[in-house]
Design a binder for this molecule. Structure first.
Ligand SMILES: [Zn+2]
Length: 402
């Protein structure tokens, strides 16, 4: 019997029979008889020596695991050499077809867990992990050079290498480049000394040890503070005040104020009438909260203008004018928070000169949280790192199995 059909991954292959068993499908295949060149002497031959049946794992068809029963032909040359024919769907000595090997790599990278990938493809977890590690070694080369502008950020991963890891990404293309086992100064410094010859700009949150590491490792780095991160300091200061004055309110207002705290942080132009009513009520209950709110608004005004302004001197003067307002208002939490901004003034101003942020790392960060929940097999730092980096590389490759 000969099936006049083509199955995925079996182009140009004779399908001789398909047998359904309880939980799997056996596809009997062979290659057309064809002249082959002898691997020893190069002479052409089409003399058949014998046949052997090889059992090869293939993609699942119609939801069932599929084995290829490959009737592999061996040829004989006049020089005495016997050799197996060439088959497009499987390599020598392999137990799985090329398509399955490809699917294993893709599944190992894209599935939530190695176990999921193993179940989908009807193989063992250890086989999946082996493919994954092999692919990671091939696709993630050592000894590269970092690009001109990088963004760094820490995230909590709880791997065998430690609680926190540091992710390094290209600040222009947003591609993740590497993940360091921890966020320690010495680790970052050594890494940058090794790979950072070309690095000129580093985008980061306001983290003192990151800054120190960059200064110690690179000759004349330009550090850019992430905008979203330093703006949060002002919102935190406002929240400190809100929490403090809330305690002195009546129980009803206290609860309501806590629940409605977002009205303090929301862009005032976008408040609804209802929200504005609550805002005015709380500001009328506490002169200190009112002052704190006005400082936040003054800061926002500076920030909005700074984004449009090309003259860095004017941006700087605007920021200094804001600092004076904070001094005049004399609210301890604001004074404390702006001290951090003052310590990072150059880096904050740089964020208006160089249009980089590290906000995009948040997306990668969220992915690590999902991974942690499905942590099977990813408590190992090396696996975790490969999963994040390969996952990004494979983002555009769709699944074509099952
Ligand atoms: Zn020969």
């Amino acid at each position: 019997m000969n099936f006049n059909m083509e199955l995925p991954g079996l182009k140009g292959v004779n399908i001789e029979d398909i047998i359904e068993q309880e939980n799997r499908i056996l596809v009997y295949v062979s290659m057309p008889l064809k002249e082959h060149s002898c691997p020893t002497c190069g002479e052409k031959t089409s003399k058949v020596h014998d046949y052997r049946t090889r059992k090869i794992g293939h993609l699942s068809f119609w939801g069932r695991l599929t084995k290829l029963m490959y009737r592999c032909r061996r040829y004989r040359c006049t020089c005495g050499k016997r050799f197996a024919e060439k088959a497009p769907f499987v390599e020598r000595y392999q137990r799985f077809s090329k398509e399955v090997n490809q699917a294993m790599i893709i599944q190992s990278v894209q599935s939530k867990t190695f176990k999921d990938a193993a179940m989908t493809l009807g193989t063992s977890i250890s086989t999946i992990i082996r493919r994954f590690i092999k692919q990671a070694k091939a696709a993630l080369p050592e000894g590269f050079r970092l690009p001109k502008a990088i963004a760094i950020d820490e995230y909590k991963a709880d791997t065998d290498a430690g609680k926190y890891q540091l992710i390094i990404a290209n600040a222009e293309t947003h591609e993740p480049i590497d993940i360091l086992p921890n966020r320690r100064l010495q680790t970052i410094k050594t890494y940058l000394q090794k790979y950072g010859q070309d690095v000129e700009i580093v985008v980061m949150d306001m983290n003192g040890s990151f800054k120190a590491a960059v200064h110690q490792a690179l000759a004349k780095p330009i550090i850019v503070a992430d905008r979203f991160h330093y703006c949060r300091y002002i919102h935190w200061a406002l929240d400190d005040v809100r929490r403090k004055v809330q305690k002195e309110m009546h129980a009803y207002d206290r609860k309501k104020c806590k629940r409605m705290r977002f009205v303090l942080h929301k862009n005032s132009a976008k408040l609804s009438d209802d929200e504005r009513w609550y805002l005015n009520r709380y500001l009328s209950l506490s002169p200190e909260l009112k002052k704190a709110y006005e400082l936040k608004e003054a800061y926002k005004q500076w920030f909005t203008q700074a984004k449009e302004e090309n003259n860095i001197q004017k941006i700087k003067e605007g920021l200094e004018a804001f600092y004076r307002k904070v001094e005049e208002a004399s609210i301890p939490s604001f004074k404390k928070r702006i001290q951090t901004l003052k310590n990072w003034q150059i880096e904050i101003l740089n964020s208006f000169v160089f249009d980089y942020s590290n906000g995009f790392l948040e997306g990668i960060n969220n992915k690590t949280k999902v991974l942690k929940r499905n942590a099977y097999g990813f408590h190992k730092y090396e696996h975790f790192k490969a999963k994040i980096l390969l996952g990004h590389m494979y983002k555009k490759i769709g699944l074509h199995v099952g």
